[in-house]
Design a protein around this ligand. Structure first.
Ligand SMILES: Nc1ncnc2c1ncn2[C@@H]1O[C@H](COP(=O)(O)OP(=O)(O)OP(=O)(O)O)[C@@H](O)[C@H]1O
Length: 315
């Protein structure tokens, strides 16, 4: 029996361009998968709707779920197929049609074109990706749990992301908003004291500008945070950006985030980890897969399963 495929589209991804491109995307998907019934297609109506749509789709028997949008839409869809730290059904296959601003999955798998993404879905070949669980304090003081697949960030980098997304004018400016917010935050955000526990090691007290836990090598638009990171090795690349002055951060770290060469700075360190707990006496923001989920304390745990992603078979 053919696997049932549900397509979940975020029409607002990439500043609304995704919705405008939908007829073209639909035609390409149908060329590879055959005609799509209207019940196989769902449009998101707002934040986190993709999570609900994904859960309902799996409950209705769909086993292949395609997110049309960016990493935010994929992340929401993925959160709908996991409960109690495990997939809600066996043999699920997820896929991304890259139609957002940042499409890390598709970029990393080398299938950024619509044709390649559609081919990957139709071919039936898959690659495993890791999933981590983030527990943090929400902005209302509630406990927040989020499943992530690209990266979790804490400190200055999370503040940049939060400001660029929350200020409406900046959001409309697109990528330039990140440039402006990065410069502004770098010149105003001082390193903060953290208590950090990595795996079963003793707690350490460290002053840091930012801390990143990466599953994929890249993130956002054109950042290469953890070159060589393997998204399926059940390990996160923990990168600590230490106690560095404002000007040095702006001139020696920020411009080198695009090619990973910031890792050579003596106050930047990188290692593997599977469980990390971070706290601070100061208010520090926490971000998972580009979404500001709350603040510290946060704990990140790699989960003991893989999700299967539609991927073009490479020789
Ligand atoms: N119908 C909708 N209207 C407004 N926002 C939506 C809608 N559906 C989903 N969203 C939100 O759109 C956000 C962005 O989605 P996604 O990351 O896929 O696109 P993007 O273009 O890469 O993102 P960004 O706009 O953050 O750069 C998600 O946080 C999601 O909750």
């Amino acid at each position: 029996m053919a696997v049932k495929t549900k397509i979940i589209i975020n029409p607002m991804a990439n500043k609304g361009k995704c919705g405008k491109r939908w007829p073209q995307i639909c035609a390409e998907l149908e060329r590879h998968l055959g005609p799509l019934a209207s019940s196989d297609v769902a449009m998101t109506r707002g934040r986190n709707h993709a999570t609900q749509l994904a859960r309902e789709a799996v409950e209705a028997g769909y086993r292949r779920l395609v997110s049309v949008g960016g990493d935010g839409t994929f992340s929401e869809m993925m959160n709908g197929v996991i409960a109690d730290d495990r997939p809600i059904a066996p043999n699920l296959v997820l896929a991304q049609v890259p139609a957002g601003t940042s499409n890390e999955l598709s970029r990393s798998f080398g299938q950024l074109s619509l044709a390649e993404a559609s081919k990957a879905i139709a071919m039936g070949h898959t690659r495993n990706i890791d999933v981590f669980r983030a527990d943090a304090r929400g902005y209302e003081g509630n406990q927040v749990t989020r499943y992530g697949f690209v990266l979790a960030i804490v400190g200055a980098a999370a503040t940049i992301s939060w400001r660029a997304q929350r200020v409406p004018l900046l959001k409309r400016l697109g990528p330039i908003s990140y440039v402006l917010m990065t410069a502004f935050t770098t010149l105003t955000y001082s390193p903060r004291p953290y208590r950090i526990r990595i795996d079963d090691e003793a707690e350490q007290n460290l002053a840091m500008w930012s801390l990143m836990l990466c599953s994929f090598d890249g993130a956002g638009e054109g950042l290469m945070l953890a070159p060589g990171a393997d998204p399926g090795d059940r390990k996160l690349d923990l990168i600590l950006v230490g106690d560095i002055g404002h000007w040095e951060t702006l001139t020696k770290i920020v411009p080198r985030l695009g090619d990973g060469s910031y890792l050579a700075h003596p106050k930047v360190s990188r290692r593997h980890a599977t469980q990390v707990t971070i706290d601070s006496d100061r208010m520090v923001r926490a971000d998972v897969d580009g979404e500001s989920i709350g603040q510290l304390p946060m704990s990140i745990t790699m989960l003991p399963f893989h999700l299967k992603m539609a991927a073009v078979k490479r020789p």
